[in-house]
Write a protein that binds this ligand. Sequence first.
Ligand code: ADP
Length: 305
Amino acid sequence: MTDTIELAGIRKCYGDFVAVDDLSLRVPAGGIYGLLGPNGAGKSTTLRMLMDIIAPDRGRILLFGRAREAADQDRIGYLPEERGLYQKMKVADHLLFLAELHGLGRSAARPRIAEWLERVGLADRAGARVEELSKGMQQKIQLVGTVLHEPEILVLDEPFAGLDPINQGLFKELLSEARDRGRTILFSTHVMEQAEKLCDRICLISGGRPVLDGELATIKRELQGNTFRLAADGDLDRLADVEGVESVVFGPEAGARTGARLILDPGATGADVLRRLVEFLDVREFASEEPDLETIFIKAVRDAS
Ligand code: ADP
């Protein structure tokens, strides 16, 4: 089946600086695809090229298996990183304006707008000016503006940024529903947890280059059995030198280290490594676990460098 989105060998420079380098990715029809990487990795630049806002210096971008056409505009909903609504406009009028931009007639748009405002808990703000809404509320309005014309593809740049946990939950629910209705969703985030439960496929980028891509379940399965959670007292800084340990990932908590995730060398067994650990650590817990995305990302970046 033809991929809905295909980027092949994309490169983009700003002056001498290479922001995206030889990036290829394929987003199949239906499902949620996460473009993941730290700040500055090149995610927004990639999505802007996909949206034809900036042109790549090299490479090819295909939509629905062919070069982009003007009419594709109405088949895509794009949430840019820089949020921008006309502050003086009233909420419902603004949404009507966005719907019309994507070719949706007023009479079809009106009931949808009412339904969506209800859905995001802003039905009572339809007549308010955008400037009277909080930043999070404006973000919800902008997301509604992205989905109103029921596009087949959603391209969302850091959709969860700046939202409180409840609204992050709401956005996740909306994306899952869109997936269930057969939509193709490509979103970027630098927060691995946000992608963890949502994505069917991911592409991890670092320094403008892809370091890992594929089906998330497959990526996790490949590392399963090789990843261990350790809780211990002692000199955890020595972990990286232990035979059989390929990578050590410490949690974000500051202060004395009392735990880590270990990724073992492919040939090593947990029992062998544990025997070496107890020689210099007071081990409280050592258990096999499914690797989380954060761990996968750190390992992938290390492997690539
Ligand atoms: P991300 O979305 O992953 O945070 P970006 O695509 O925004 O990353 O940026 C990638 C890199 O390109 C960063 O180092 C950023 O500073 C640089 N960059 C982005 N836009 C411009 C621009 N218009 N001019 C110069 N450098 C830019």
